[in-house]
Structures are given as C-alpha cells and as structure tokens.
Design a protein around this ligand. Structure first.
Ligand code: A3P
Length: 264
C-alpha cells in the first residue's frame, strides 16, 4: 500500500486515501451551494445511486436520454459532504436512509468488489467496525442522527427511505418531484418508475458502475447493483449478531424517533 492509498482521516472520519485528496475534502466542506442546487445526502449503500437516477429522470420529465448517455457521477458529482451546517438555507436537500442491517450487509459485499476499500476477513469483524463507526465514511449512527434528528424541522430537507422507494416507487417519485417543485404528468411519473426499476438500472451501464476500471471496482467479484432487496440481512446475520445489533441500536438511537422497515 502506498501512502496515497492509506486511509485519509479528515475531521475524524476515515476516507479511502487514493479517492479523496485533502484538497477535495476541504473543497467539499466549503462548497458554495446555490438555491437551485439539489443535494443528495446519504451514508454509503443507502440508495444514493437510486436517488441520483430518480432526480435526473424527474428533472428530465421521465425522458431517459440523459440517464442512458451520461454516467451518474457526471450528472450528480460526489462532494463527500457530511456537514449540514453550511448547507442549511441553501439547496434542496434529499436525505436518503436505509435500515442499517441491510446497509451493513450491502457495504460488506461492496468491500469485496471495491478495490479502494479493504476487504473484511469475516462479516463478524465487519459488523463490529460498522457498529463502532470505524469503517470508511464514519459512523452510520452519527450520520443518520445528524441529518434527521437535528434537522427535523428544515423546510428544504426531504427525508426519503430506501424502503419507501421499494414499497412504492411511484409514490416516492411523486413525493420527490413535488418537493423539488417539479410536478410531472402521470405518464412522466410512469416513465421515471420504469427507468428507475432495479432491472433497468442494473442493465444501464451509465449507472451500474461497469464503466469504472477493474482497478476501482472488480466486477468479477460482484455487482454494484447486487440484489436491491429489503431484508437481505437475514441471509447473513446470525441470531446472536441480530440480538447484539438490536441492543446496540436501541441504546444508540434512543434520542432519535426514526422508524425503520427491516423486512418486506
Ligand atoms: P444491495 O447491495 O443491497 O443490492 P448506494 O447507491 O447508496 O451505494 O446503494 C447501493 C444499494 O442500492 C445496493 O444495494 C443496490 O443494489 C441498491 N439499488 C440501487 N439501485 C436500486 C434500485 N433501482 N432498486 C433497488 N435497489 C437499488
């Protein structure tokens, strides 16, 4: 591992060093947002890419020309922005969250294919790091509590969950389009639904990350669009891990009244 590949600790959070320079992280936290900007904020594996696709399609009135010709990272650039203070009052902010058991499972599999993240020896070890907040991009608990419990009354912030998109994609698209003050005709909503479906996104190389080199993501080890399901944690968690997780969750989320859907 060269020094550029060592994790970069920035403001107490670990970032993959060869993806994020100090300058880029500094730039992110001082980015000058403007009123018309749309900011999608999430902890990794919470449905970020899904919302990037949805917002592009809403802004294109359901026309997939852009989502099928421009890679998602060029349409919705990553800022690695995790502070809320400097964006309050500007930009429309969509905060997307997902139940943390599915997040940790998705993140565990992602570490196997993402060459910029260290592969965990076991899920047990990975789960402990997730709970302790020592994985790259920091603590899920701090992220979710910071962006939801402390910002609950902000008018420019919409909280969206992975599970509500799974259960009712049509309703979620209407909710986002209304928040963005971008009303759509029923036919346009239906087109967004079609192009935001898991199968459509899995087959679209502008969003399934197959355009990135193997050096960054090794597609022989897994797919970015992996399963797209709620409740997949049940296939990996042992009963003991589940009990431990539930106790940890209860004591660490006491001050946050969010309800998560754990399975459908
Ligand atoms: P899984 O690994 O559980 O399949 P992010 O974009 O925040 O990194 O999140 C990635 C997760 O969102 C992956 O979860 C991926 O499959 C899922 N995902 C992306 N697009 C989706 C879609 N259209 N429908 C359902 N899940 C989707």
């Amino acid at each position: 591992m060269t020094s550029a590949e060592l994790p970069r600790i920035f403001e107490g959070i670990s970032f993959p060093g060869h993806l994020h320079t100090l300058e880029s992280l500094q730039f992110a936290i001082s980015f000058p947002f403007q009123d018309q900007d749309i900011l999608i904020v999430s902890y990794p594996k919470s449905g970020t890419t899904w919302v990037q696709e949805m917002v592009t399609l809403i802004c294109s009135r359901g026309d997939p020309s852009l989502t099928q010709s421009v890679p998602n990272w060029a349409r919705a650039p990553w800022l690695e922005h995790y502070y809320c203070a400097s964006v309050l009052g500007a930009a429309s902010i969509i905060y997307v969250s997902r139940n943390p058991k599915d997040v940790v499972v998705s993140f565990y599999h992602f570490h196997k294919m993402a060459n910029f993240l260290p592969e965990a020896e076991t899920f047990e070890e990975f789960l402990k790091k997730f709970l302790m907040g020592t994985l790259s991009y920091g603590s899920w608990f701090d992220h979710v509590k910071g962006w939801t419990c402390q910002t609950a009354t902000l008018e420019n912030l919409l909280h969206l969950t992975y599970e509500e998109m799974s259960l009712d994609l049509h309703g979620a698209i209407k909710k986002v389009s209304s928040f963005l003050q971008h009303p759509l005709l029923e036919e346009e909503v239906n087109n967004c639904v079609q192009h935001c479906s898991f199968s459509s996104m899995k087959n679209n190389n502008m969003v399934n990350y197959t355009l990135v080199s193997d050096h960054i993501m090794d597609h022989s080890k897994g797919c970015f669009m992996r399963k797209g399901k709620t409740g997949d944690w049940k296939n990996l968690f042992t009963e003991e891990q589940n009990h431990y997780f539930n106790d940890f969750f209860k004591s660490n989320m006491q001050d946050c009244a969010l309800d998560f859907v754990w399975e459908v």
